[in-house]
Design a protein around this ligand. Structure first.
Ligand code: SF4
Length: 288
């Protein structure tokens, strides 16, 4: 899924107020997190949290098959691709970037990543950071060239403040297009994190944390009881998301509160009304 962004000059007086990334997951992070499901040596289902980069996405695409190679279990000098792209050129020498994946038997493997895919990951990170910058997020890591091109666009944008709104819109669009453009046709997919829980026990969802927050506007009592009727994450996508849990040894889709969403959301009468409606329609009656 490509990032979603909106430019609306009616929203305020500054570029950061006009430019919004609302609707994207993990807005303040470079990568979304997902969970890899695999079988260990005894055949037991295990879960591993991984950062979802374009490389992790590309592993599942047949068109990128030649860009990955299975690495021997005892291979040395391996560096996860998310760390590899932070290394200066000279420090990369002799190291192999990799991503975790599973083979046909669902066993955990490490796959070496080609230089083309490494470049793709770097490019996508750059584009996402530009969008974050436009939306007013502090982006700590940004190389000098990248920052220079953004600053130049910012200067053009400020100059246009004296001109017509149409010009502003045109430049904003250009900035958006520049930010969204990429050399390769790969986007980042929506994460479906998997959380292991035992049946009948409270899920380690954000709902538990929410319950501890005084005056939480909404709570989700126990995700293991969710029947996945889809109501909450379709009608309140800013608060709920689909996730995956291992319940009684089986992987199931359920809903959960998005971690941190309660702190980020702006409470309006309209939101309260939607929460009330979703609570009334929750098939499992676990949203309060
Ligand atoms: S509304 Fe209730 S039952 Fe439906 S997906 Fe959400 S938590 Fe699950």
């Amino acid at each position: 899924m490509n990032p979603v962004f909106v430019h609306d000059p009616r929203k305020g007086k500054t570029l950061h107020e006009w430019f919004s990334l609302d609707g994207n997951p993990d807005l303040d992070k470079t990568w979304m997190t997902t969970t890899l499901e695999y079988l260990d040596d005894s055949g037991e289902l295990k879960l591993m949290d991984v950062q979802l980069t374009p490389a992790d996405f590309a592993v599942g695409e047949i068109r990128f098959k030649k860009q990955f190679r299975k690495l021997a279990a005892d291979a040395a000098n391996l560096v996860p691709v998310v760390e590899f792209i932070d290394l200066p050129e000279e420090a990369r020498q002799g190291k192999t970037p990799f991503v975790y994946s599973v083979d046909a038997n669902k066993r955990l493997v490490r796959l070496g990543v080609s230089a083309a895919v490494v470049e793709l990951v770097e490019e996508r990170r750059k584009n996402w950071q530009m969008l974050q910058y436009l939306a007013g997020f502090h982006v700590a890591r940004m190389d000098a060239t990248h920052r220079q091109s953004i600053d130049s666009l910012q200067a053009q944008y400020k100059d246009s403040l004296k001109q017509h709104d149409t010009s502003l819109d045109a430049i904003a669009r250009a900035m958006s297009e520049l930010a969204a453009s990429s050399k390769a046709p790969v986007g980042t997919g929506r994460t479906i994190p998997i959380v292991p829980v035992a049946a009948g026990t409270a899920a380690p969802s954000c709902g538990d944390a929410a319950a501890a927050v005084a005056e939480a506007i909404v709570t989700l009592e126990d995700s293991t009881k969710c029947t996945n009727c889809k109501t909450c994450y379709q009608d309140l996508p800013e608060l709920f998301e689909k996730t995956r849990m291992v319940i009684d040894g089986e992987s199931r889709e359920v809903a959960r509160l998005i971690p941190g969403a309660l702190e980020r959301v702006t409470v309006t009468p309209e939101l309260k009304a939607r929460i009330k409606r979703v609570s009334a329609n929750c098939d499992a009656e676990i949203i309060r």
